[in-house]
Design a protein around this ligand. Structure first.
Ligand code: CP
Ligand code: NVA
Length: 303
């Protein structure tokens, strides 16, 4: 593993090794406390963040390293300076980069032009650290991932795309329900279906939330309006109104079906308070696991 750009570039052995290290790092925090000693990681964030920023900063420090945070108004990636020049400059100062940005091409370009590892901390296309933490969280609750039915109800966005690649690799069943014009990207679905041929994963995409949650062990949702799409909010609220995770929808899923959300949530839109705060919600386990799984990713990239 040289970078973490997309889960589609990880093989099963690498995915399982990330999960195994995350599990170990969660139990034995001290064991890895010098792994990044003397190393500096730059965090370039062109969008807001709570979980990703804090879990990376704390995780890097727990591994003995330092971070340099470069927020929205600092380097103005691709505008003040070409992505390739930023990549080459930072490669002379720091040992790794976490990038949260809009265009996925920026992540690809930054990795191509850097001589140090690059981690995708969210792009408009993908959110690989999120999906890895999510499936690690599911693995903690269920023994066999290939027996788990995960239903994603909502926007076919960056989180959904990364879940598609990961569920496909792990032989899971992923049911996606989204409004007609908000399906996950065609090329992602095709690539995931291709991966699924070898793993036995089942990927079903429909426009019917009731159908998608039938037999679900876990129901997952994310915001209807992602960062950068704010101008489309009114139109999206209309298009998604049948795709809310509420108690009536959950009643159609398996008994004790768990509820996930990557957060931040727009309460009252994609999910009700009763469900988000309900007894089957594992959203803060998910949030916690960002820390452990990202430490595992750093350990894989820097060991
Ligand atoms: N889930 C997630 O990535 O949260 P932040 O946007 O707060 O980092
Ligand atoms: N789909 C959301 C995820 C936030 C963690 C967004 O891109 O805004």
């Amino acid at each position: 593993m040289k970078h973490l750009i997309s889960i589609k570039y990880l093989n099963l052995k690498e995915i399982n090794s990330i999960f195994a290290i995350a599990q170990d790092a969660k139990k034995n925090r001290r064991k890895y406390s010098a792994l990044l000693a003397g190393k500096n990681i730059a965090l370039i964030f062109q969008k807001p963040s709570l979980r990703t920023r804090v879990s990376f900063e704390v995780g890097i420090r727990q591994l003995g390293g330092n971070c340099v945070y470069l927020g929205c108004n600092e380097i103005n990636l691709g505008v003040r300076e070409a992505v390739s020049d930023v990549a080459k400059t930072l490669s002379r100062y720091v040992d790794g980069i976490v990038l949260r940005t809009f265009a996925h091409e920026y992540v690809v370009e930054l990795a191509k032009c850097s001589s140090i590892p690059v981690i995708n901390g969210l792009s408009d296309l993908l959110h690989p650290c999120q999906a890895l933490s999510d499936i690690f969280t599911i693995k903690e609750k269920f023994r066999k991932l290939n027996k788990v039915v995960l239903s994603f109800v909502g926007d076919g966005n960056n989180v959904c795309n990364s879940l598609l690649y990961l569920c496909a690799s792990l032989g899971m069943t992923l049911n996606i329900a989204c409004p007609e014009n908000y399906a996950p990207q065609h090329h992602v679905v095709e690539e995931a279906k291709d991966i699924a041929k070898a793993s036995g994963a089942k990927i079903n995409i429909s426009h019917d939330a009731d159908l998608a949650v039938k037999d679900a062990d876990v129901v997952y949702t994310d915001v209807w309006t992602s960062m950068g799409q704010e101008a489309e909010k009114a139109e999206r609220l209309k298009a998604f109104n049948k795709f809310q995770i509420n108690e009536a929808l959950l009643a159609l899923a398996n008994k004790d079906c768990l509820v996930m959300h990557c957060l931040p949530a727009h309460r009252g839109e994609e999910i009700t308070d009763a469900v988000l705060d309900g007894k089957n919600s594992i959203v803060f386990d998910q949030a916690e696991n960002r820390l452990h799984v990202q430490k595992a990713i750093l350990i894989k990239l820097f060991k």
